[in-house]
Every structure is written in C-alpha cells, then in structure tokens.
Design a protein around this ligand. Structure first.
Ligand code: FAD
Length: 277
C-alpha cells in the first residue's frame, strides 16, 4: 500500500498547472480521494503529481451571465452547503450531501469526481440532468464540453491529454423549476447502486439522468419523452419508468444483479418524478 515514487508540485495558477502537467505522464491531484487509493494499489503510477487544491480560480461558486459557475476544486461539502446551490439547484445540494462520509465530502471535489468518472459516482447524473457545460483548459487553450458528450465509457471522458477541468457551468433554472436526486446507496462506500437525477422545468420539459446503472452515467431520452410537456399523472410516471433503460447495458455485480438494478432504476425514477410533480 505504498505508492511508487513521484515528483510533487503545488500549482498556484491554472496556467502553472497546465504547464506542469504538459508533456509528462503526470496526474492532477485534487482531493485525492480517488487518486491516492489508486496510487497506493499501484493501479496508477505517474512520475509527477500536480496539486491544484490551492488554485484560487478553481474555487468558489458564482452567478454570472445566466449561469451558476462552480469551480472544479469546490468540495462536495462546499457545494452542498452553498446558499445559491440550495436555492437554485437543491437536488445538487442533496446529492452532494449523500456522497461518501464527511472526510470524503470535505476533500473530494466536483472536478475530481467528473474527471474520474466512476460509473457509480453521483455528480455525473446531476450535471447531465442540469445540462451543464464542463469548462476545460489545456495546452491548446480553453474549451467547453457539453455534459451529454463528456462521459464516453467506463471511467472514460472526453478530456484530451493534459487538459484540466476548470469549472462547471449550469444554466440558471427558471423560477418554478423542480429538481430531485434519488439514490439507492451502497451501504459501505455510499456510492450509488442507482442514482437518478431529474429536472422539471415550468413548461413541463423534463430531463432525466442515471448513474450506477451502466458503465457510465447517461441521459434517458426515451423516458424523458413520456413526461416532457405532459402532466405528471401516475400513468405518465409509470409509462416513463417502463420506457427507461431501453438499449442500456445494465451492470451486475455482487451488490445488485442487472435484473435487480433495472428494477431499482425504475423505482428510483418514479420516486424522482413524484418529487417534482
Ligand atoms: P482526485 O482523487 O484527486 O482525482 C481523481 C482523478 O481525477 C485523478 O485521475 C486526477 O488526476 C483527476 N482530476 C482531479 N481533478 C481534476 C481536474 N480538475 N481536471 C482534470 N483531472 C482531474 N463519490 C461519489 O460520487 N459518491 C459516493 O458516495 C462516494 N463515496 C466515496 C467513499 C469513499 C470511502 C471514497 C474514498 C470515495 C468516495 N467517492 C464517492 C469518490 C469521491 O467523491 C472522490 O472525491 C471523487 O471521485 C474524486 O475527487 P477528488 O477531488 O478526490 O479527485
């Protein structure tokens, strides 16, 4: 349980972090709650770690130009307790509060969680339902990636080599928007065996995203069609749950078989839709 030797650099700015990582086999270190265990198990053995936890531009949550912008180095605890998030995106405050334990929430960051892209992580479902843009910066400059294009497979994301996630941009939901995050918790780690995020806008448009169910988080467009723009009656909710998981390769493990996960996903979608109705 001892990591291989590595060089350590604490970056003071985003540019310094990008320069430090470029051209190396190094890794970004944020909260360390996924990376350090991987280093200790020697699943990963970079020769350099670039610590971004002290970069002021990666911290803070603000409202600007119709968006809520969350710095990538914000911890789960900071997001969960932030007044703006509690008011405008209450499902994110709740979802963040359900991550791991206090130590994980006080160190783990939203950027680290999105970059790591654990198939059972909570943030991917929430940023998908919120139709967020992920802002990144690398040797070629800055760009934004839509959440729907970000999660590409098992622990795989659309980040290029040496790119850093810098912020998460979320359109401010119009007044009257309702949100829900429902999670069936793995009792030891508290990762999601199934997590379902839903946003219901005042015009009835509804976004639905799942985590924990498959090899990566995804938007469930077929389920959305059964409730978007329609009254959330028990029969519409039932129809959406029936339509969910079409063409999804459902994961099975020692916690839940594919059949049980499929059942849980539909139950947790119903709970989420009931909460926003
Ligand atoms: P790190 O561990 O520092 O980094 C993780 C990976 O992301 C590394 O590859 C790193 O190079 C890369 N990285 C980090 N930041 C960036 C960035 N800004 N740009 C590009 N790459 C970056 N998660 C949940 O969602 N739900 C849970 O219930 C849950 N329970 C947990 C329980 C335990 C006991 C533990 C140890 C972890 C748990 N986690 C859970 C994971 C936790 O949320 C991690 O903190 C998170 O996945 C990684 O964030 P981090 O800041 O610690 O990243």
């Amino acid at each position: 349980m001892i990591p291989a030797a590595f060089e350590f650099q604490k970056a003071r700015s985003i540019d310094e972090a990008v320069a430090a990582i470029s051209g190396t086999d190094g890794k970004i270190l944020a909260g360390g709650h996924s990376l350090i265990p991987a280093l200790k198990l020697r699943l990963s053995h970079p020769t350099k770690l670039v610590d971004i936890s002290g970069i002021p531009h990666l911290k803070g949550i603000q409202e600007k130009n119709g968006e809520i912008i969350i710095g990538s180095a914000c911890t789960h605890a900071e997001i969960s307790s932030h007044q703006l998030i509690r008011e405008k995106l209450p499902f994110m405050a709740r979802g963040a509060s359900l991550i791991g334990d206090p130590q994980v929430r006080n160190y783990g960051t939203i950027g680290g969680s999105l970059a790591h892209a654990d198939p059972a992580a909570d943030w991917p479902a929430m940023v998908l339902a919120a139709e967020a843009d992920i802002e990144v910066q690398g040797p070629q400059g800055k760009r934004k990636i839509k959440a729907k294009d970000f999660f590409t497979g098992f622990f795989s994301i659309a980040l290029h080599e040496h790119e850093l996630i810098t912020a998460i941009h979320i359109p401010i939901p119009p007044p009257g928007t309702k949100t829900s995050y429902q999670k069936f918790i793995q009792p030891a780690s508290r990762f999601a065996i199934v997590g379902c995020a839903v946003m219901r806008f005042p015009d009835g448009r509804t976004t639905i995203a799942f985590t924990g169910v498959s090899d990566h988080a995804f938007r469930d467009y077929p389920a959305e069609q059964f409730v978007s723009g329609k009254e959330l009656t028990p029969s519409a909710i039932h129809a959406a749950a029936e339509a969910a998981m079409v063409d999804i390769r459902i994961a099975g493990d020692s916690y839940a078989s594919p059949v049980y996960r499929n059942h849980l996903a539909k139950v947790y979608l119903k709970k989420a839709l009931q909460e926003v109705s």
